[in-house]
Design a protein around this ligand. Sequence first.
Ligand SMILES: [Zn+2]
Length: 178
Amino acid sequence: MATTHAALGVLPALVVLPFDPALAVTSAYAGYAGGVFPDLDLYLEHRKTLHHPELYPALATLAALVALAYPTPVSVAVACFLVSAALHCLTEVLGGGLGRKPWISDDHRGVYSHLGQRWLPPRRVIPYDGSPRDLALCVIVTVPLLFVFDVRVRWLLLGGLGISVLYTVFRKRLADWV
Ligand SMILES: [Zn+2]
């Protein structure tokens, strides 16, 4: 789910933390946003329009090199945003399919490869978005981060975790309501 991607997206900011704690907060926000960003295509062609498993990693590598050479708040934030978006698109394939009830495993679209012009099949390590395993991953990533970052990032992470719990509880009922 988007909130798990967002929590994972904060991880790149850990690299910045030992060097500049203030910049690490900005990086955490940028990473969180980058983790959510690809899923803004939910009402377009989901997992295709804004999901680019080849383009984001290439852009993220470039942005990381620029940030290393010229470390400014903007260059570091852009790098964290893109690394997080890349992480989102690369890990998407580990989830379930795109069907309305993905726990049925009736859909074979994991994420779209624009380079290969085909859908990469879902691996279902995380069976579907909002599954208990998805929530467990979200908790495992979020809880340690709560002890690392200051109160502003903590609230963002806790808010995401709250939404994740609600989404997981109502996930199957949501499919019927929609
Ligand atoms: Zn996604």
